[in-house]
Design a protein around this ligand. Structure first.
Ligand SMILES: *Cc1c(COP(=O)(O)O)cnc(C)c1O
Length: 230
């Protein structure tokens, strides 16, 4: 099932790229494996996937230890400051930085470990009360402040769009995030590249690709529904 799903998702990404006149190589699929067993990840790995996303620090660390070392692990969930020290040298990219305080903690650990940590700034593009992320109008100021911290490199922006039945409803948000990244990139802020846009999930990744996503984060569409303990 995972193989068939992967073929479908990668095929859909390709079609969305064609529709938008983009190169399929410009979009990277992150298989979101949270709550899923190592065996499922291995199956996706054997089908060529090397980028996986997790939203809990401990789960990411445990899975990383159990799986091949050429996997790039993406931290996509809300990150607590007291967990930063366990993850800075494990995650290829931290997608969910939305405050100076969190960035300062990442910076401190990065300097301590003598590494540079790649991050994205999470933007609450639809202004939902339930979501983490910087307000769009505060994002540039946040980027400027975080960019000054040692041991951190800002690669771009990430958003979690609203949960909707019709993916088209999220097109406006993806297009707004793209525009925001273009506007910030134009400012040529030191230590900020703004080439990465992490947006789009199972329900709306094709629209996200059409609007310029460089990473899509797909869980259910690859691994099936998640079961959470009650
Ligand atoms: C769980 C999760 C996803 C994947 O969601 P699906 O709808 O299962 O594709 C993507 N991004 C983030 C931040 C998530 O927490």
């Amino acid at each position: 099932m995972i193989r068939e799903n992967l073929d479908m998702v990668t095929g859909n990404i390709k079609s969305a790229c064609q529709k938008a006149g983009r190169e399929p190589g410009d979009v990277t699929l992150i298989a979101v494996s949270k709550t899923k067993p190592v065996s499922a990840i291995r199956e996706a790995y054997e089908h060529g996937i090397r980028e996986f996303g997790e939203n809990k620090v401990q789960e990411l660390v445990e899975k990383q230890e159990a799986l091949p070392k050429d996997i790039r692990w993406h931290m996509i969930g809300h990150l607590q400051r007291n967990k930063v020290k366990y993850i800075v040298d494990k995650a290829a990219l931290i997608h969910s930085v939305d405050s100076v305080r969190l960035a300062e903690e990442i910076s401190r650990e990065a300097v301590k470990k003598q590494i540079t940590v790649s991050i994205l700034i999470e933007v609450n593009i639809a202004g939902e009360d339930t979501k983490f992320g910087a307000a769009p109008e505060e994002t540039e100021a946040l980027v400027r402040e975080i960019a000054q911290l040692p041991g951190i490199h800002i690669e771009g922006l990430m958003t979690i769009a609203p949960y909707v039945d019709d993916a088209e409803e999220n097109r406006q948000y993806f297009s707004r995030l793209k525009q925001l990244s273009v506007d910030i990139k134009r400012k040529n802020i030191d230590n900020v590249s703004m080439n990465v846009l992490s947006m789009g999930m199972t329900g709306d990744y094709m629209v996200a690709v059409e609007e310029g996503a460089s990473y899509v984060r797909v869980g259910t569409g690859i691994f099936g529904e998640r079961q959470y303990p009650v």
